[in-house]
Design a protein around this ligand. Structure first.
Ligand code: SF4
Ligand code: SF4
Length: 201
């Protein structure tokens, strides 16, 4: 009888969609994708399945059936990543992990890049400042949502911090430079550019 590790390794051979998902770096080593019994428990607990056409069980069925069209399907973007499906699955599968991997496959193609392109200003901000912050283009809506107090705070943030005895929230130049180099080295900037390039196709 094969040990579970050997079984796992033999399970992970093959280049069909299910095995590509299992072999993805994001997949847990014990992801029970091939053990799915289509019980539907994930769908019954899934908030995305409750409020949209998304069906967690169906996502897994299509992956197991080798239905490559799922990578292009808008439906994979409906998952909230709440992990409820993973917590209830009797065979250790995670629709949440599978959906994340499918999205990454979509991002490797134009269809996924187009999908996330609207968030690219967050990446631009990160490249510019070396830290995560809400891009200016969203400030108009936030002013409406949070009102005058929020607007005043944003406009006078540095002064307010100074009054409270806090240093600037922005990084020191050396730290910024080092983050900039890291973003180059890991290919982050290149990837951001590839996503922007889909606009012009
Ligand atoms: S709960 Fe697990 S076994 Fe049941 S359908 Fe969902 S993924 Fe498959
Ligand atoms: S992680 Fe996604 S698939 Fe799983 S229960 Fe939450 S919304 Fe549904």
């Amino acid at each position: 009888m094969k040990s579970s590790k050997k079984q796992e390794m033999s399970d992970n051979q093959g280049d069909d969609l299910a095995h590509r998902v299992l072999n993805d770096i994001k997949a847990s080593s014990d992801l029970g994708l091939l053990r799915c019994v289509q019980c539907g428990l994930c769908t019954s607990m899934c908030p995305a399945s409750k409020h949209s056409d998304y069906d967690a069980r169906e996502i897994i069925k299509r992956v197991l059936d080798g239905d490559e069209s799922i990578i292009q399907d808008e439906i994979i973007w409906n998952c909230f990543y709440c992990y409820t499906c993973q917590s209830v699955c009797p065979v250790g599968n995670s629709v949440c992990q599978v959906t994340q991997i499918l999205r990454q496959m979509a991002i490797d193609e134009d269809v996924g890049k187009q999908k996330i392109e609207s968030f690219i200003s967050f990446a631009d901000n990160y490249i510019k400042e070396g830290l995560g912050s809400i891009p200016r283009e969203y400030h108009g809506q936030l002013k409406i949502d949070y009102g005058q107090h929020w607007e005043n705070l944003q406009e006078n943030l540095e002064e307010v911090r100074e009054q409270l005895g806090l240093d600037s929230m922005y990084l020191l130049p050396e730290a910024k430079k080092s983050i900039d180099k890291t973003l180059d080295a890991i290919g982050f900037k290149k990837r951001v550019q590839e996503i922007k390039d889909v606009r012009n196709r």
